[in-house]
Write a new protein. Structure first.
Length: 385
């Protein structure tokens, strides 16, 4: 049993140890520790009146530890996640029995403004083109609609996340946004004094104009306003430092494709096509954007390559489109453009997409044990190689 003076000294030591442990608790939206963000304002350690706890033949003192937490905004959508992480950091302490408690409030407007200003000052501009950025950027393009480009983008992003990559996705198809539906998102990004937190679904941080406009409203933007929407997605959203950024581009070679190439010259273009000539011929045009702007064409994905019917592969849309696109782009760009993957036509893509879960994932968010998931896993690993 510790004497009173020893107990007070132990409590002070525990307070320092707990603060150090909380410095490893990461805010899931901002990607910074709760201590760095100023969310932990005090820690109160008090000896419990219940006395010592006898475990393994030794007495361990029991303390009540109250962590005073200030969230960035009232009603923060990830309050529960943050609280659970703080409790786990406190209760896993091994030198004493710590019973965690929390007193939660929200930051004052001045404190929140100062925090947001600090975060914006650190970023200042497009974070994906700054020196030292480690984010791999894959822009998913197609020459025409109807080839499953958005499904490829959504399932590729979900695959990256399931493989453990910190993954972000931007729905750059302003007119035909579909990522919110494919990921089952019906909420809006959290607004921190003008800085937006992307919505996280199935492990992917997402942003789309559909989160603001509503899927029932038409978007009729052109030129500068369209380009500004992309700039805002890049600079006004707090992305942290993701390993991977997937962009779902609008079909064709219009304003947004050019804007993406100009804003993200380090992006790698992935061209999606289907096997038939009518799709593969126009798919080449989207790859040739690289001749106008400094963007690398990473490769071609042939979607809907075949349909498995009782063990037989039925080539419903013909054969060879992906190879034709890859070969043509290799000649036109004078560098190798590989055929990265051939994906089967699978009703699971439609069924899962309509249900708000990418088809490559199981109900728990891991990669499903299916040929489709295996194909996307191979594509993801190929891209990151």
């Amino acid at each position: 049993m510790l004497a009173d003076n020893d107990m007070e000294a132990f409590a002070r030591r525990i307070k320092g140890d707990v603060f150090a442990r909380l410095s490893r608790v990461i805010d899931p939206e901002l990607g910074r520790s709760v201590t760095d963000l100023g969310m932990v304002t005090d820690i109160l350690v008090e000896a419990s009146p219940d006395g010592p706890d006898r475990i393994g033949g030794a007495d361990r003192p029991v303390f009540d530890v109250t962590v005073y937490v200030e969230l960035t905004i009232e009603g923060c959508p990830l309050t529960r996640t943050i609280a659970e992480r703080i409790d786990a950091a406190v209760s896993s302490y091994s030198k004493a029995i710590l019973r965690p408690h929390q007193e939660v409030s929200s930051m004052s407007r001045d404190k929140l403004t100062a925090l947001v200003d600090q975060l914006k000052a650190e970023r200042r501009a497009n974070p994906f083109t700054k020196a030292g950025s480690r984010t791999r950027i894959f822009a998913i393009a197609s020459g025409k609609g109807g080839v499953g480009k958005s499904s490829v983008a959504a399932n590729l992003a979900a695959t990256f996340a399931a493989l453990g990559y910190d993954t972000a996705a931007i729905d750059a198809d302003i007119y035909g946004f579909s990522l919110p539906g494919l990921f089952g998102v019906d909420s809006r990004p959290t607004n921190l004094n003008g800085m937006l937190m992307p919505v996280t679904a199935w492990g992917v941080k997402l942003i789309s104009i559909g989160m603001f406009a509503g899927s029932e409203r038409a978007i009729l933007w052109r030129g500068p306003r369209l380009q500004r929407s992309l700039e805002q997605f890049l600079t006004d959203v707090w992305w942290g430092e993701p390993d991977v950024l997937v962009l779902d581009l609008a079909p064709g070679t219009g304003d947004m494709a050019i804007s993406v190439a100009q804003a993200l010259p380090n992006a790698e273009l992935v061209v999606v096509t289907t096997p038939q000539p009518s799709a593969s011929d126009v798919a080449v045009r989207s790859g040739l954007v690289a001749l106008q702007v400094p963007m690398r064409v990473r490769g071609v994905v042939e979607n809907m390559s075949w349909y498995d019917h009782r063990g037989e592969r039925l080539h419903i849309f013909g054969e060879g489109g992906g190879r034709r696109v890859a070969d043509q782009l290799s000649r036109d760009l004078d560098r190798p453009v590989p055929l990265l993957a051939q994906l089967p036509l699978d009703t699971a893509l439609r069924e899962a997409g309509e249900g708000g879960r990418p088809a490559v994932l199981d109900a728990e968010g891991g990669l499903a044990d299916t040929p489709m998931a295996a194909a996307f896993e191979g594509l993801a690993r190929n891209l990151m190689a």
